[in-house]
Design a protein around this ligand. Structure first.
Ligand code: MG
Length: 184
C-alpha cells in the first residue's frame, strides 16, 4: 500500500517501511483548550489580541482574552506541559492586566524549544455579543502574527449558544481551541 501523507509516496510493505514513514511524518499531536471569562464593567473586550468595542468588558486577572488563553492551553496540551495557570499563576501580581499576547508567545516558544512546528490553530468563540464576524480576519491575522504562522493556518469561528446557558444569558464569553503540532 502507499501512504498518501508521505511526500515520497513510499510503498509500505514491511513494519520497517511503516516505521520509516512514521519517522518522516514526525509525532503529530493535537491538544485542546477551553476558557471562560465573565462580563464586567468596561467598553471593550480583548479577543485574539484584538480590542473590540462593546458595552461591557471581560473580567480577569490579565486582559481576560479567552481566545488567547484557550489557544495557550491547546498548545501546552500538545506538549503535555501543564496549563496556563501553572505557568502564569493568577496569584502572581506581575500578570495583573497583562497582555495575553505574551502568554501565547511563551507557548509558541515552548513548541520551538522542543523542535516542534505548529501546523494549525483552530478556535471557536461562544457568545451572543459582540458580533465576531466583522473582526474574524483581524483576529486571525493577529494570532498568526503572535504565533509566527501564515494566516491560513489559523481558523476562527464563532457561534451563539441560542440563548442557553451563561453565554446565552450574556454573562460571559467561552472559547474552545485546538492546536495541531508536529513534534520531532
Ligand atoms: Mg483565562
Amino acid at each position: 500500500m502507499t501512504f498518501p501523507g508521505d511526500p515520497q509516496n513510499v510503498k509500505l510493505t514491511t513494519a520497517e517501511d511503516f516505521a520509516r514513514a512514521q519517522a518522516a511524518q514526525g509525532d503529530m499531536r493535537t491538544g485542546m483548550g477551553f476558557d471562560v471569562h465573565a462580563f464586567g464593567d468596561g467598553d471593550h473586550v480583548m479577543l485574539g489580541g484584538i480590542a473590540i468595542a462593546h458595552s461591557r468588558g471581560l473580567t480577569g486577572h490579565s486582559d481576560a482574552d479567552v481566545v488567547l488563553h484557550a489557544l495557550v492551553d491547546a498548545i501546552l496540551g500538545v506538549l503535555a506541559d501543564g496549563d496556563i495557570g501553572s505557568h502564569f499563576p493568577p496569584s502572581d501580581p506581575q500578570w495583573r492586566g497583562a497582555s495575553s499576547d505574551r502568554f501565547l508567545a511563551f507557548a509558541v516558544q515552548r513548541v520551538a524549544a522542543r523542535g516542534g512546528r505548529i501546523a494549525h490553530l483552530d478556535v471557536t468563540i461562544v457568545c451572543e455579543a459582540p458580533k465576531i464576524g466583522p473582526h474574524r480576519d483581524a483576529i486571525r491575522r493577529r494570532i498568526a502574527a503572535i504565533a509566527d504562522l501564515a494566516p491560513d493556518r489559523v481558523a476562527v469561528k464563532a457561534t451563539t449558544s441560542e440563548g442557553l446557558g451563561f453565554t446565552g444569558r450574556g454573562e460571559g464569553i467561552a472559547a474552545f481551541a485546538q492546536a495541531t503540532i508536529r513534534l520531532p
